[in-house]
Design a protein around this ligand. Structure first.
Ligand SMILES: [Zn+2]
Length: 257
């Protein structure tokens, strides 16, 4: 049973596993229901959206595939505390992931960023200052994204194709701004809860129970020491035996319906 810190979270997190099973029963392998339930959409609307990985706001929530693929994503790094431990753990299991990096952190930890790319992981743009983009003009959002893409390219030589707004907020306007720079906005279909004060075993149980093919899972490697994330990650990877852990771009390239 998923233990929630707040009543409203309990409904959201508790629903994820059931939603996944229902989706599989309906033949809808890719489910964005976990994300949609969080926004309180009604059943009919959920059913319509269940068949659309790209939402009306232009953000991608998950991949539509029948292959057992899952994309782990890590936000807010690169971090001198966590990123390399996470990269090592992923590498030990042959798992790849996508790191949505904050531009100012990318400028401070260029070595970490370069080693993350060398280990086969993908980088996404998570804005330069991690400010609430809904409060910014579209020009400022574009500037935040441009500076971050430039920092990533300078450190790694890689051009990023993906972006994610801080806290996942304001995705419609954010997606518009991202499109100006050729960036696809990516949210998630399963929030691990690692940034919400849950224990590592609870986070791991929640992700293992809630994951199905095509899911994009939200985790964090930035801001402060992420012992919970690191401890949960090993259990998540071993618990999802039979799944292949791919980058978001690989997941989207594998869309089969
Ligand atoms: Zn963030």
């Amino acid at each position: 049973m998923w233990r929630a810190g707040r009543a409203s979270q309990g409904r959201v997190w508790g629903s994820a596993a059931a939603t996944c099973a229902q989706s599989a029963q309906m033949g809808v392998i890719c489910s964005t229901n976990a994300a949609r339930l969080a926004y309180g959409l009604n059943k009919a609307r959920r059913r319509v959206l269940a068949r659309r990985p790209v939402q009306p706001g232009g953000a991608v929530y998950c991949g539509r595939t029948r292959e057992r693929l899952v994309a782990l994503t890590f936000d807010d790094g690169p971090s001198g505390f966590n990123t390399e431990s996470i990269v090592r753990l992923l590498g030990a299991h042959g798992a790849r992931a996508t790191f949505f990096v904050v531009g100012r952190e990318a400028e401070s930890h260029t070595d970490v960023l370069r080693r993350t790319v060398e280990a086969g992981h993908e980088l996404g743009n998570h804005t330069f200052n991690h400010r609430p983009t809904a409060k910014l003009t579209s020009r400022d959002v574009i500037d935040e994204l441009r500076r971050t893409s430039e920092a990533i390219e300078k450190a790694t030589g890689m051009e990023t194709q993906l972006a994610r707004p801080p806290w996942g907020n304001g995705s419609r306007d954010f997606a518009e701004a991202g499109r100006v720079l050729g960036l696809t906005t990516v949210l998630w279909s399963l929030d691990s809860g690692d940034a919400l004060g849950f224990s590592a075993p609870d986070v791991a149980r929640h992700v293992v129970a809630g994951t199905c093919s095509g899911h994009i899972v939200l985790l964090h490697d930035g801001s402060f020491k992420r012992d919970t994330t690191l401890a949960a990650l090993e259990t998540i990877i071993t618990g999802l035996d039979g799944y292949r852990f791919v980058t978001v771009s690989e997941l989207l390239a594998a869309q089969s319906f």
